[in-house]
Design a protein around this ligand. Structure first.
Ligand code: ATP
Ligand code: HSE
Length: 315
């Protein structure tokens, strides 16, 4: 059985083994800092088998430095669901695999967090509904822009405040594709947040909220022609540019090579460009490779569709 996460809370307890698959995500999209993101089809997968003792088994080269015990971030995420439900997590073997490169701005931590919370909730018989799963994850990350698309798929606009986590999910507009440049070096979110100013001027605030509002509206009605203008940002990219060689050039010039808009993906160093899926992306690929070469970087350039499914549980 495969199911999207569409049912509510309260399903009876689940003794069988199951798999949880959570996608990568690209947050911010320029001015939507901490509030806007989309889902990328690279996946973190957990295979959960109830048994008498807990075992945490990271698999594959990407996870070779993550702990093989209960201190693993995925297992800690599973405990969060038990904590919110006021229950004790039953023991299980948890195998973890990921295609999401770590600390590159593609939401590896959010995919791990969502996969873990959903897996814990599933082991407990789904005491938490989806809004609560999102709220647990958003409070843990401190912002909802990766976890919301990782959970629901598509493009998600979300806010986190004292009253809860509120969101609107959009289906990806027709003909909108994503091209990402994923450099080979890591940049932790904490380092990329530490360079941001603590305060902004009113002019910067007005610039950010007007562009973020325009971007959300453009994405919701499929106005691909507006993306380049709507994606202008002075809240985070300008401060992070020194950490990501070539970023400023790509933000300024990618449109000349067919990009509909460009942004730093999450906290970087991945850079995201939108493209029109009816047009070839070869010129854009050649350009992005040339920027890497000019800056002495290695990495890969890859096209993706936006993942519409989000996190999926299968039996
Ligand atoms: N599958 C996983 N299992 C265990 N730990 C993980 C897993 N995925 C990510 N992590 C932890 O999350 C860290 C990366 O998180 P970080 O927030 O710095 O970057 P990111 O989530 O990849 O990028 P961004 O938040 O900018 O999109 C890793 O170094 C690792 O500690
Ligand atoms: N909005 C977050 C995403 C990365 O987790 C940031 O840019 O720091």
């Amino acid at each position: 059985m495969t199911e999207r996460l569409t049912s509510g809370a309260g399903v009876a307890s689940v003794p069988r083994g199951f798999t949880v698959r959570a996608p990568a995500s690209s947050a911010n999209l320029g001015p939507g800092f901490d509030s806007l993101g989309l889902s990328v089809p690279l996946y973190t997968t957990l295979r959960v088998t109830p048994q008498e003792v807990t075992e945490v088994v990271p698999c594959g080269p990407e996870l070779e430095n993550t702990p093989a015990d209960e201190s693993n971030y995925v297992y800690q995420a599973m405990l969060l669901s038990a904590q919110r439900a006021g229950r004790t997590l039953p023991p299980a073997r948890i195998e973890i695999e990921t295609e999401v490169p770590l600390a590159r701005g593609l939401g590896s931590s959010a995919a791990a967090l969502i996969a873990g919370i959903v897996a814990g909730n599933e082991l407990l018989g789904r005491p938490l509904d989806h809004e609560t799963v999102l709220d647990v994850a958003a409070r843990e990350e401190g912002h909802p822009d990766n976890v919301a698309p990782a959970l629901f798929g598509g493009i998600v606009i979300a806010t986190l405040d004292k009253l809860g986590t509120h969101y609107v999910r959009l289906d990806p507009p027709a003909h909108l594709g994503v091209t990402v440049l994923i450099p080979d070096f890591e940049l932790s979110t904490s380092k990329a947040r530490a360079v941001l100013p603590r305060e902004y001027s009113r002019a910067d605030a007005v610039h950010a909220l007007s562009h973020a509002a325009l971007l959300a509206a453009a994405l919701s009605v499929g106005r691909l022609d507006l993306l380049r203008h709507a994606m202008q940002d002075y809240i985070h990219q300008v401060w992070r540019a020194p950490l990501v060689p070539g970023l400023s050039d790509i933000l300024d010039d990618a449109h000349r090579y067919g990009a509909l808009g460009a942004a730093l993906s999450g906290a970087g160093p991945t850079v995201l460009c939108f493209h029109d899926t009816r047009e070839p992306t070869s010129r854009l690929h050649t350009y992005l490779h040339s920027v890497m070469k000019r800056n002495g970087l290695s990495g890969r350039v890859q096209d993706f569709a936006i993942d519409p499914h989000g996190t999926v549980v299968s039996y």
